[in-house]
Design a protein around this ligand. Structure first.
Ligand code: AHM
Ligand code: MG
Length: 282
């Protein structure tokens, strides 16, 4: 596991440099989910694959930008799924983006995730590692070291709300839920990048991030292996909850590698509100 985390640190430093100096434009191609790719999606994917290719404890890798699994070492005990540059549609407007990693054993299922890591490329580069607990690290760009900052824990209730998906396409019970939370005093915090949006809720100690099923996307947008399971693991380990509207996200099994699911991440109070709203729908 240490080897994998060290490879992620090396890749993150290189991706951070690429974000600063490489071309931020789109290229004429789409990934397996049909998203238009920017050049930096591909560069970041290559940087990570190169770092992982020499890690003997990794058996297989798959990324949001790849169509299929890449085999590394048949004797390795870990499987790694990653989103090399999440939120890359924000890259041209200079908002924060991130990399997300889920580390699995045996198979790429929610119940088999054993650790997760994400990196935020913002005014500072920060990394959150979820293993035995959830820990925040900060990159010292002068030395290239990630230094430990603190353990992260969610409180029982927060103050911010990040409601994703096209509002025109929200289902009635979802719209009512979001409106009722705003009426309670929640403040809108949605950048369009799940890494900084979920990082904000985690560091502020609570709140709710939602990317629901909508009329046009009945399984939501966010991908189980690369985005949803890693953050579900992090939030649950930090004392929060992560559900699809009814059930624990980590109980899900993807039907295919790029499968998606509606998802809600938050602290206890807000997730109970989601459960109520979704239970009473219709
Ligand atoms: P990406 O992996 O193509 O960048 O898409 C994932 C991003 C998430 O970071 C974010 O929460 C979501 O897409 C935003 O979607 P929308 O533009 O529909 O609000
Ligand atoms: Mg993504």
């Amino acid at each position: 596991m240490t080897e994998i985390i060290n490879a992620i640190k090396k890749a993150a430093i290189k991706i951070n440099e690429a974000i600063k100096y490489e071309d931020t434009s789109k290229i004429n191609s789409t990934n397996s989910s049909g998203d238009e790719q920017v050049k930096l999606d591909v560069i970041s994917d290559e940087i990570i694959e190169k770092e992982f290719s020499t890690v003997s404890s990794i058996c297989e890798i798959i990324s949001e930008e790849k169509d299929s699994i890449v085999k590394i070492n048949p004797a390795g005990k870990y499987l790694v799924a990653y989103d090399p540059l999440d939120g890359s549609s924000l890259i041209d407007v200079n908002l924060s983006v991130g990399s997300i990693f889920g580390i699995y054993k045996n198979s790429f299922d929610g119940e088999n995730i054993v650790a997760s890591v994400y990196v935020v490329y913002g005014p500072r580069v920060e990394m959150v590692i979820a293993r035995d607990n959830v820990e925040l690290f900060k990159l010292d760009e002068k030395t290239g070291e990630f230094t430990y900052q603190k353990e992260l824990r969610l409180k029982e209730k927060g103050k911010v709300l990040a409601p994703g998906g096209t509002q025109k396409e929200w289902l009635a019970h979802h719209k009512n839920l979001i409106e009722s939370l705003f009426k309670e005093g929640y403040r809108l915090r949605y950048s369009g990048g799940m890494v900084p949006d979920l990082h904000q809720i985690l560091l502020k100690g609570g709140g709710l991030f939602a990317y629901p099923a909508t009329h046009d996307k009945q399984k939501g947008k966010l991908r189980m292996l690369f985005e949803v399971f890693p953050f579900a693991y992090t939030y649950k380990l930090a004392g929060g909850l992560a559900i699809d509207g009814h059930n624990d996200l980590l109980a899900l099994r993807p039907d295919f590698l790029h499968d998606t699911t509606p998802c809600f991440f938050g602290s206890d109070y807000e997730i109970k509100k989601v459960l109520q709203a979704y239970h009473n729908k219709g």
